[in-house]
Design a protein around this ligand. Sequence first.
Ligand code: HEC
Length: 106
Amino acid sequence: MKYSALALGTALAFFSQFSAANLDLAKKSGCLACHSVEAKVVGPAWKDVAAKYKGDDGAKAALIAKVKAGGKGNWTDVTGGVPMPPYSPRVSDADIETLVDFVLAL
Ligand code: HEC
């Protein structure tokens, strides 16, 4: 996967307070092809995802289901209706839970 030095630097600076393992997992799982923490790429910025679901107790389960099965409709105004691809079983359930926890904690 290719990243500009600037994007990587920004990501590293932002993530310094988080586990580098989570970022590695997101990279390895292919998520960063369409997402970044700070800005919309193809999918919404992950910090915007965290903000949207802040205080929503059902969000974790809903987002795990979304990452597993894919889908669209929650970010149409941001993405123009591009769907999120399904990640199960390509990415294990445990890794998907880790990634969703990570995104929601941003
Ligand atoms: C091919 C591009 C692409 C890839 C790769 C991708 N996503 Fe997404 N993602 C999207 C799009 C587009 C949306 C917006 C979907 C919508 O409108 O509901 C999205 C939405 C999301 C959301 C918010 C879902 C919601 O319903 O609010 C989460 C969380 C997320 N992605 C996590 C991930 C994770 C974790 C990975 C890696 C395992 C990943 N994405 C990989 C395109 C992608």
